[in-house]
Design a protein around this ligand. Structure first.
Ligand code: IPE
Ligand code: IPE
Ligand code: MG
Length: 245
């Protein structure tokens, strides 16, 4: 007989991905559909971030990595880039107390050096304030690009070899991993991309080697707790083999 799965079974702790990465896509289209500016879509997207952080935290997810600004997003109109790079400031001004209350620790991956001073200052402050929290770790990928990340890692490894700190014959996957922005983080178990596109857009190319993918047509500002729960439920049904049988 077909037995219906109880809802709590879908969220059994051992089935919850410990690291979820999300490509938060669709803010612009969400706004355009409503005759609003793309920037309004990005602002609305913050509300989804807050919801998802809360849900992930409740589900005992350990790491949540959110793609917020790619190295390619500089190609957008100046005013849109400026809005996006101000979002961390607005987000943290409003929600830092909530992150503290939820015991969330903030971290950033990407090359933040070219970001405006106000963005870097807000992040630095929040990273410092949340550094002793031991709940969910929230990683914002800002000015993040996977290919650039790998080139930088190769340059650092080359220097180590040149200085005699590392021999070429010893160089292995672990060494490369340690030189990526994600050093110290486990690879994501689940990747979610909203907004209908089915591509990686230069996100975590190395780290997603064995990650489970889950795509949704829902635009990021409309992405609900229910959608997030569906992703987790689907993840719970996957069989990960890592090349074995
Ligand atoms: C994703 O939404 C957010 C960023 C890239 C910063 P988009 O702005 O790409 O939204 P669409 O894809 O144009 O709808
Ligand atoms: C990926 O979305 C980047 C972020 C979500 C930050 P994009 O909208 O930039 O990706 P493409 O251009 O559609 O590939
Ligand atoms: Mg997009």
């Amino acid at each position: 007989m077909f037995q219906q799965k109880k809802p709590e079974q879908a969220l059994r702790v051992e089935e919850v991905p410990s690291h979820i990465a999300i490509i938060m896509d669709g803010n612009g289209r969400w706004a355009e559909k409503r005759g609003m500016s793309r920037s309004e879509g990005h602002k609305k997207g913050i509300e989804t971030i807050v919801q998802v952080v809360e849900s992930a935290s409740e589900a005992s997810v350990e790491q949540l990595t959110l793609y917020a600004f790619s190295t390619e997003n500089w190609k957008r109109p100046k005013s849109e880039v400026e809005t996006i790079l101000r979002l961390p400031v607005e987000f943290l001004k409003t929600y830092l107390p909530r992150l503290m209350a939820e015991n969330v620790r903030l971290h950033v991956i990407g090359d933040i050096r070219p970001l405006p001073v106000y963005t870097r200052q807000a992040l630095k402050y929040a990273i410092d304030r949340t550094k002793n929290n031991d709940g969910l770790q929230l990683n914002f990928a800002l000015n993040y690009g996977s290919r650039n990340e790998m080139v930088e890692a190769v340059k650092e490894l080359y220097r180590e070899v040149q200085e005699g700190k590392l021999s070429l014959s010893e160089l292995n996957e672990e060494h490369l991993s340690k030189h990526l922005y994600t050093s110290g983080l486990e690879d994501p178990d689940l990747l979610i991309r909203t907004g209908g596109e089915k591509r990686l857009s230069n996100f975590l190319l190395w780290q997603l080697a064995y990650t489970e993918f889950w795509f949704s047509d829902v635009l990021w500002p409309d992405f609900s707790n229910q959608d997030f729960a569906s992703a987790l439920e689907d993840f719970g049904k996957r069989k990960r083999r890592y090349g074995a049988v």
